[in-house]
Design a protein around this ligand. Structure first.
Ligand code: SAM
Length: 220
């Protein structure tokens, strides 16, 4: 029995590897963060495999059901709504439990898109070393991390939502950020936009448009 951790598109449904498509077809079940989201991808490629919902806070009963499936010899694939499972997404907890309960299961990565890597790849900033912060905390501890990002000698990257992007960038400006910033919005999607410059330039460009979508922020 195998557990495949499969990366899926972060927007454009063509961004999926041939190997990912083959394995999604061949496994017994696909574990999905949201079965409706994954069904859109599976339908596009005429993949009929049954889906099971799994998210980071799934009950122990659900995790045990998954472990039972593996014990009975089934092959499973884990996907998230977008990108690479486990990267600010469900996955790690399941893998930890499977390793504990069934160390003989082969856990294989099927690599593909991750918003953090796509954004870094077009940033033009040093990427030989970078610090990935995932989602920043909403309140407690946020200012401390923003100060750390300002002082970081390596490139910093984090994920941000529509609701907080302006607030977070304004806070970085208020704290005196004086470095190159790249904000990637809606990568691979219809409204893909990349804002580059210092924090004042990026903020004023963003404020001119409709601030909507998914964002990756990179600080040089
Ligand atoms: N596992 C995913 C990955 O590998 O990138 C990340 C999932 S995380 C729950 C979702 C966040 O990733 C979004 O809030 C946004 O910050 C970032 N993201 C995902 N897709 C994106 C896209 N197409 N463009 C920009 N940012 C994106």
């Amino acid at each position: 029995m195998n557990l495949y951790i499969i990366a899926t598109p972060i927007g454009n449904l063509e961004d999926i590897t041939l190997r990912a498509l083959r394995i999604l077809k061949e496994v017994d079940f696909v574990l999905c963060e949201d079965t409706r989201v994954t069904r859109i991808l599976l339908d596009k490629y005429e993949i009929k495999t049954s889906t099971i919902s799994y998210f980071q806070h799934s009950s122990l009963t659900k995790v045990n059901q998954i472990i039972e499936l593996l014990k009975s010899g089934k092959n499973l694939a884990l996907v998230s709504d977008a990108g690479t499972p486990g990267i600010s997404d469900p996955g790690n907890k399941l893998i930890e439990m499977v390793l504990q309960e069934l160390p003989e299961v082969k856990i294989e990565p099927i690599p593909g898109p991750a918003a953090v890597i796509s954004a870094l790849s077009i940033s033009g900033l040093p990427t030989d070393k970078f610090v990935f912060y995932g989602f920043l905390p909403h309140k407690k501890g946020k200012e401390k991390i923003l100060k750390e990002i300002i002082d970081n000698k390596f490139t910093s990257v984090f994920y941000e939502s529509t609701h907080r992007i302006l607030k977070t960038l304004t806070k970085l400006q208020d704290l005196g950020l004086d470095k190159q910033v790249v904000v990637c919005r809606e990568l691979t999607k219809k409204f893909e936009t990349v804002y580059r410059g210092n924090i004042h330039e990026v903020l004023s460009e963003l404020e001119k448009g409709v601030v909507k979508g998914e964002f990756v922020v990179i600080v040089g």
